[in-house]
Design a protein around this ligand. Structure first.
Ligand SMILES: *Cc1c(COP(=O)(O)O)cnc(C)c1O
Length: 404
């Protein structure tokens, strides 16, 4: 069935429920799920043309699948990107980007506060292939500029970061990248396109873990790269066809449906997070709260300008203690005293999730890498969900009140 074309200039809230719909001949209103590994071809000639990319049409789900295409189109519309490509997970999106853009001898500049697995992948694994990565301060623009070399191909940032919610200036980093003839990629997992659209601020690529807010209900793994049609069609699509880290149609379908409620979830969860962050900041057992929506956050003004005036739904806070061992015990006590929050390492779920970054997400880093990322033993990360705020406050009080 041919769909009536959507008008131009629709609001993102409309695109979130309407973009990327391709109805079958049955005219289903809810997106169909195409759970098939291959596609029957009309004839051998047509099959040959499709394999040579001379004719539109699906052949094999490692190359593409209508459910994956639906997800890609919806995400591209929300990010204001020409194109997007789905991947098996957020990390495989980063792997695909790095494999597609970098070769031996190339240089990457990366924030030292990136997601733990990103630091591991670029810092250790890609080193084996002759790619050099320098890790610099998330917030000190001068360090990014000073790290540029003639071989620099990529600047990679994440904002706000996990777990300390440090914010970087996307416009300033884009200018440094472009002066150096390099690309800027931004991991937009925490802010999501609801709050922040990096391509509009000058970034060349956006990385997503669909596992987080895009799905929103913690069901599946997914990832994506958003960027120009030229890079997606010319570099990433041919590479994923060879390398195979494709997004499963089922996961694509789940995340595409999840995006329909992205805006309401992110805004409601962020409003809850602001209230909880303000409460934590007043608690006597809490040493420090890291949340971009608080005026005490070092990049509060930048965050508000860059993130549509909203701090996001992830908070980190440290408990007061005299030494690291005590800090770790106290953090564990607060986490173990919760009854509502899930003890897990995910985020972006409608269920609030609490974790201890130093022993989980950042547990594989060396002590030096961990401290460079500011992940101390007393630090707790809370990814705020949709529960009633007083219930979460009571959950945190149970452990915190016995420390103060
Ligand atoms: C979770 C996460 C990733 C990795 O995504 P997966 O889907 O778990 O592979 C990358 N970046 C950030 C900021 C994340 O939070």
């Amino acid at each position: 069935m041919t769909d009536r074309e959507l008008p131009d200039h629709l609001h993102p809230d409309t695109l979130a429920v309407r973009a990327g719909v391709a109805r079958s001949q049955y005219g289903e209103n809810s997106e169909a799920l195409y759970l098939t590994s291959c596609f029957v071809q009309p004839d051998a000639e047509s099959s040959a043309r499709r394999f040579a990319s001379e004719e539109e049409g699906y052949t094999y789900s490692r190359t593409s699948n209508p459910s994956v295409t639906g997800f890609e189109r919806r995400l591209a519309a929300l990010e204001g990107a020409e194109a997007a490509i789905g991947t098996a997970s957020g990390m495989s999106a980063i792997l695909l980007m790095a494999m597609g853009l970098l070769k031996a001898g190339d240089h990457v500049i990366c924030s030292q506060s990136m997601f733990g697995s990103t630091i591991k992948l670029l810092g250790s694994e890609f080193g084996k292939f002759g790619v050099e990565t320098d890790f610099v301060s998330q917030t000190d623009v001068a360090q990014w500029r000073a790290a540029v070399r003639p071989t620099t191909r990529l600047l990679f940032a994440e904002t706000p970061t996990n777990p300390l919610t440090e914010v970087c200036d996307i416009r300033a980093l884009a200018a440094i990248a472009h002066d150096a003839g390099a690309l800027l990629a931004v991991d937009n997992c925490f802010a999501t396109p609801v709050l922040q659209r990096p391509l509009e601020l000058g970034a060349d690529l956006v990385i997503h873990s669909g596992t987080k807010y895009l799905d929103g209900q913690g069901r599946v793994m997914a990832g994506a790269i958003c960027g120009s049609q030229k890079l997606v069609d010319g570099v990433f699509a041919p590479l994923i066809r060879s390398a195979g880290m494709v997004l499963s149609p089922f996961n694509a379908w789940v995340v595409q449906k999840g995006m329909e409620t992205l805006s309401v979830r992110v805004r409601a969860q962020s409003a809850n997070a602001l209230e909880i962050a303000q409460w934590l900041e007043r608690h006597p057992a809490v040493e420090r709260v890291f949340y971009p929506g608080l005026p005490s956050h070092p990049q509060h003004a930048l965050a508000m300008a860059q993130q549509d005036g909203v701090g996001g739904a992830v908070i980190s806070f440290s408990v007061k203690a005299d030494h690291p061992e005590q800090a770790r015990r106290r953090a564990f006590h607060v986490i173990d005293s919760t009854r509502v929050c899930s003890i897990a390492t995910n985020l972006g779920d409608v269920k609030s999730i609490i974790c201890h970054p130093a022993s989980t997400s950042h547990g594989r880093l060396s002590e030096a890498q961990r401290l460079a990322a500011g992940v101390v033993q007393g630090l707790i990360r809370l990814a705020v969900g949709l529960e009633h705020v007083p219930d979460i406050l009571a959950d945190l009080s149970r452990g915190l009140d016995t420390l103060a």
